[in-house]
Design a protein around this ligand. Sequence first.
Ligand code: WTA
Length: 678
Amino acid sequence: VGVPHPASRLVALALKPDCIQCLQCLPILSAVYNTYLKYHFVSAFWKEVADDFFWKKPATGPMLQYNFDVTIGNIYVKCMEGAKTNMCYNVLDRLVRERNLGEKVAYYWEGNSPDHHMAITYSQLLSQVCRCANVLKKMGVKKGDRVSIYLPMIPELVYTMLACARIGAVHSIVFAGFSSESLCERIMDAQSSVLVTADGVYRGEKLINLKQIADEALEKCREIVTKCLIVKHHALRTKSGAASNIMTDFMSGICSLFWCVQTPWDSECDVWWEEVMRDSPEECEPEWLDAEDPLFILYTSGSTGKPKGVLHTVAGYLLYTSLTFKYVFDHHHDDVYWCTADIGWITGHSYITYGPLANGATSVLFEGIPVHPHVGRFWEIIEKYKVTKFYTAPTAIRLLMKYGREPLYDLSSLRILGTVGEPINPEAWQWYHEAVGKGRCPVVDTFWQTETVKHSYLTLNPHLIFQTFPFFGVEPTILNEHGEELEGEAEGYLVFRRPWPGIMRTVYRNHERFENSYFKKFPGFYVTGDGCRRDKDGYYWITGRTDDMLNVSGHLMSTAEVEAALTEHPAVAEAAVVSRPHKVKGECLYCFVSLKDSREFTHTLVEELKRLVREKIGPIATPDFIQNAPALPKTRSGKIMRRILRQIARNEKDLGDLSTLADPKVVEELFSQRCEAA
Ligand code: WTA
């Protein structure tokens, strides 16, 4: 078509084979590509995006200023300096007041049990958020203060985060599957004055006593947290999902009453949500914030073990989440969109709360799990709400393909399918595309990170299984170990050459760690920590983490974090953790433990260690395998050779060069004791 690569490639790939004969759509495709180039490279474009939103004061500086090179000076990114705005105003008031969307459904909340559901309109959402904002203000929360949120996937989670955004408080959401220790660590780091949690929640058949976990966490940070706001969720709204009848309803009423009465209570600190919300006013003037004021902190695993408080700011995050949502999911006014992630992770922050709301979308907010009360639950929900855009993770796809219940439901409403969190294997992609999308829905594979907030790559072509073009403003490149840029077909470190509005600004209270983690290794670039391959056609394939990080069911965790938990056991002298492929989770944890003298490796010890990791980090980090390691393979300088442990875990016998090992005999012994089954 006479346009240089990669334009010609985009056009060619967007055509189906039988299109080649007519080619009538070529002008359209060329126009699409030219628009892509404009959006991608013309920075004035960001100004156009910003024009869609409300600014109390316009920007005085350029759309984007930055330094990405540690050798020149401090790393910084600034977007729309001088502007004043409010995130909550933009995602709620603007739509209710200026766009007349008050009566539109913002969320269909679907509980753990199919019996529990409700629709929340934009004006209802606005009024709940304002009430909650007033409650927080009354508790003394001011602009810049941190509020920790430890809630399940219930509407109050969205109310609280938006209430924080409204009054300029910085929310720090902790996934409600994390342990009390993880919660405590995050509260302490953020120095949050308020914690918002719930009495309890059912996940599937399992009742989780959130208040008790929160109390355990607060024991160590009482002097920081002055108020704990507790949603009466379990007592009022939940049950495991067993069929309802008068008797079970009566029994569940009695249980709820009992649950409330027996909830441990600290009258100095604890406050029931329902009681304070009842009389709270429905009007709350938004706090007008600087474009670069913090919006939230979200903790992500760091390779040294201690989680990093990734900080995002108001204006850049607003522009980027709204724009990525709009284009990646081709948003239309009448869509029903469903992202199955938990808001406790970045996917939920960006693509359940802020991105969809900024576009006035209608979303499903789902509290439960894919296999409860039956393995067709996801498909049932798609049928029930006529979901048009569906965004999930490869781990969920792999789990559901095992059951193959999707033919029992009407999935004809679906138009676009999305995936995120980890590399998607061809088998899962194929099934998603054919069985769920019936071969007619494009699969959008979105690669991104807590730090980058947005989709860096996406696939819009239904016949390809890999990521294609970077999103507007994103300039990736591939480097070798020496930091040299690789041209053409190549494999190496994935880095970004320049920022975009929604990239993280710092690690909370530790800017040095931010610079060390992302910018030191290759000056001038943001280092993702992922490996990447560029094929002969110029397309990028993510190959997985290059650092000591694991990706279990799409959740990133560091080996150091798990090793630290294991070595807390009095019997363990040393531990090393690697990943092993897992059919559903993608990767699972395979742990090698060296015991202290005279300690015996028993089944009970294995169970104790698994429990310890669950307690320290949370159920997502539970090891699948724990192997006895009389010694670990180390270099002469004492560094554990994880490459070898990874190969042992995977039973790969061809270990290559072992000459750097201090004692090569160790390897044989570890092979002889390896775990076959979990
Ligand atoms: C991995 C989740 C391949 C990657 C949004 C990244 C992916 C880490 C993909 C970030 C994908 C995420 N294909 N790998 N589509 N999406 N990853 O911060 O290793 O929880 O660095 O953000 O997940 O995980 P995080």
